[in-house]
Design a protein around this ligand. Sequence first.
Ligand SMILES: [Zn+2]
Length: 453
Amino acid sequence: MKKVLTIGLITLALILTHTKGVFGKTESSVDIIASNLQRIYKLLEFNSEPWNTLAELCDNFGPRLSGSTNLENALDWIEKKLREEGYDSVWSEEVLVPKWVRIHEDCEMVFPRRKIMPISAYGGSISTPVDGLLAEVLVVRDFEDLEKNKALAKGRIVVFNPPYEGYGKTVQYRWLGAVKAAECGAVAALCRPVTPMSMNNPHTGVMHYEDTVPKIPFASLTEEDVLLLERFQNRGIRAKLFLKIETRDEGTSPSRNLMAEIRGSTLPQEIIAFGGHIDSWDVGSGAQDDAGGCVASWYVLKVIKQLGIRPKRTLRLVFWVNEENGTEGGKRYAELHKNENHKLLFEFDSGVFPPVRIGFLGPDSIWKKVLSFQEFLAKFYPNVKIEKGGGGVDIFPMTKLGYPSGSLGTDDNGLYFWYHHSHTDTPDKVQPKDLNDCIAVMAMFLYLYSELI
Ligand SMILES: [Zn+2]
């Protein structure tokens, strides 16, 4: 077996016991680990299977909004495959998820000229009156601008036009826009999509109502149309829109978190749970958000199984449900598993692009060991840095109880939010090599974590 030790690894080797190797001869456990990393890399290097699986999942089932048949069919398909792949256990746990249905949406500018404007109602939005509504628009830059022009909002459609200043900052307009506009007497609200770049596509996402404020319909316009409406307003022309949105709130519906496990050889009670969220918005096919994270996680388990690697600790793959509009999957997981000995919860939900970062949050004693993984990874992925700070929406209910968390970060070059929550989020946006690299980095990190913490 090829020696792959670096100087730093020799030190680590000294503190590890000698054990029986995968090929039956006695080797240091670091040799075995290093050899397994090499095998993981080789198996994925020119492997077309992960991307084909991603495309099949997205193409055959389409978008997977909570409560939809698409989602349940996708889960059935994955579960069947997991069973065929022969893990130690495959099971699912019921989760009640909200069921909101988009039925129909139309927006047309009728003054100063006619123009169809593509829209995407935000998840949870109520309908307009059955015959739609006709109203002038008030374009505002931000909440402050709305406050200043409050008197002009009454009876109008408020159109928010916040420039993109990063997702975390700009998304507040999508979350709170309907409440703020309704407080000023608006009959509906529309918003510039939360994206750094637009090719005339609206972007949906979750929104919020307050019980004490009237509910009004709320949707994303395209950036191009928001800017057009603003230019009219700047010239003193008050554009008029016809808006018709039909949605239905169907309460809750049973869905599930899906899990598969390779049980640990010597520390089976110590669990490393990792995965992505299998639900998506009801547009595009949720390829980047988050079929990519799910398929990458799936292949982590599959590759480890295929290579006959038996980790020390239990590796638990989780397909969390309902991240997009309720996070019921993450909450349910914590409810059912909070007393199990989780050594790590790891989430991949940042888009499949070249991997550049593994974030970790946990006790200092583990952090020091995690940092030593950098040397193992550097042989294959010198650009991937291990840094403090890592988490995810689905694992948050567990990590807030004090369990260590981790996540994979990718270099999207700004592209992720171009596609995010829109019809453009399809498998062609995922590069097969990026997917393989994400799988390899995750598999290496989680395997190292299992063996060395
Ligand atoms: Zn996501």
